[in-house]
Ligand binder design. Structure first.
Ligand code: FAD
Length: 390
């Protein structure tokens, strides 16, 4: 029997690769192994589900069995891959070994955990999967508030894109929210300082409280039914029903490193998305593309999956990423941002209300940030940007 094309991971990267491959090849056996249920959902919807009153079950857009049937995939759900042997072209699972013709690593990223003090550190949640979201949702919707007749309180660690999206969503859904971050303004990695200040102010008007320039030091409680005591580096204590850590993700390198694949901040791939091992490819949050870039967003996955499907179908196709502005889902003040590549020397300038452009040392426009109604001018601004190399 022909060994299958084997995909590890049922996130956007895994399923999109399967879908793109099936458009080109209807017959090669396709096996998808995943540690989770394999149900298809849009991960970006996790950070705006509360305001829309969507439960975890309602976020599933296509059940795993239907995905598998439509794409003619043999799905091995709830199956952890424990090792890869690129020489023998084998994948190890607790259910046994599987051979492959080609292997695609779509294993995603893991939430970064900070070493915090306190006896309730395990109560610090992060949301990077539907399963995580179910736990988070249960904490916020089941038990009653820790304060008589008052709102439930969520403390969010991290004022990045995901922290701010959750802050907006939870505040809109009626929760009290405090965001804690060492930076001077929100989404400092993508937005200029004064733009971040505008977002901060818009979210403040929605009821989001800010503790910037400080960090969470410890999370404790007297008993499991008591509210959490969150101590900050500035000595302040906050009481919380839930603490959400949104400080960032790190590519999951465990399988790749153990198999001897070249890794850095992600699994290193060339322009054809091949790893350092023959017949092994990677994409999505797990991958580090050429010139050292990780691109943990939806649009890069779409482009990568299409190129990879063609390569796997016998037509070596390098992935080409166009300018891919990111939409920040903060309805209090929404954004569309095309940030310059990390390390690009230059400066942000406010062009007109709600529009910033990033100009490099040669006066070339390398990025933009559009706020509120100006987000409708995305196409016009995208035409003006010369993407940084890589
Ligand atoms: P994942 O979705 O993490 O999938 C990894 C898969 O690998 C899982 O199925 C897992 O079970 C499986 N797996 C891992 N290890 C193993 C193993 N050893 N054995 C078996 N299976 C394994 N991007 C945007 O562009 N716009 C947005 O608005 C946006 N909003 C976001 C909001 C949130 C809250 C989050 C967390 C992310 C957001 N993103 C957004 C980022 C985007 O969702 C991700 O880049 C994308 O979903 C990553 O998909 P992936 O398939 O690479 O990884």
């Amino acid at each position: 029997m022909t060994p299958p094309l084997l995909i590890i991971g049922a996130g956007l990267a895994g399923w999109t690769t399967a879908r793109e491959f099936r458009k080109l090849d209807a017959t090669t056996p396709l096996v998808l192994i995943t540690a989770d249920s394999g149900d298809f959902y849009a991960k970006p919807s996790l950070s705006n589900a509360f305001a829309q009153q969507r439960t975890p079950a309602q976020l599933v857009t296509t059940p795993a069995t239907q995905m598998a049937q439509t794409l003619q995939v043999t799905l091995m759900a709830h199956t952890q891959v424990t090792g890869i042997d690129p020489v023998q072209r084998l994948v190890h699972t607790r259910q046994g070994d599987l051979g492959y013709r080609d292997l695609v690593l779509a294993t995603g990223a893991q939430a970064i955990r900070l070493p915090l003090a306190g006896n309730a550190v395990e109560r610090v949640l992060s949301v990077n999967s539907l399963q995580d979201f179910s736990v988070f949702h249960a904490y916020l919707t089941s038990a009653s508030s820790s304060y008589l007749n008052s709102k439930k309180h969520a403390v969010i660690m991290g004022a990045g894109l995901i922290g701010c999206e959750f802050a907006n969503d939870l505040a809109s859904a009626g929760f009290a929210v405090t965001v804690v971050d060492p930076s001077a303004s929100p989404i400092a990695a993508l937005l200029p300082l004064d733009a971040g200040a505008q977002l901060q102010s818009a979210l403040y008007k929605k009821g989001v409280d800010w503790r910037l320039g400080t960090t969470v030091q410890s999370v404790s409680h007297h008993s499991t039914t008591d509210p959490l005591d969150v101590m900050l580096a500035n000595g302040e204590h906050l009481h919380a029903d839930v603490v959400l850590s949104a400080i960032g993700l790190r590519a999951d390198l465990s399988l790749a490193q153990a198999a001897g694949l070249a890794c850095d901040r992600g699994i290193r791939v060339n322009a054809q998305l091949q790893t350092s091992a023959e017949h092994v490819y990677a994409l999505g949050d797990a991958a580090q593309y050429t010139l050292g870039r990780t691109l943990p967003y939806v649009m890069p996955i779409m482009h990568a999956a299409k190129a990879l499907a063609a390569t796997l179908n016998g037509q070596a196709t390098p992935v080409q990423f166009p300018l891919m502005p990111v939409a920040i889902k903060t309805p209090a003040l929404p954004w569309t941002v095309a940030a310059p590549a990390p390390g690009t020397a230059g400066q942000w300038h406010l062009q007109e209300p709600g529009i910033w452009q990033f100009v490099d040392a040669m006066q070339v426009v390398r990025g933009f940030a559009l706020a509120g109604q100006q987000t409708s001018r995305r196409a016009e601004w995208a035409r003006q940007v010369v993407p940084s190399a890589g």
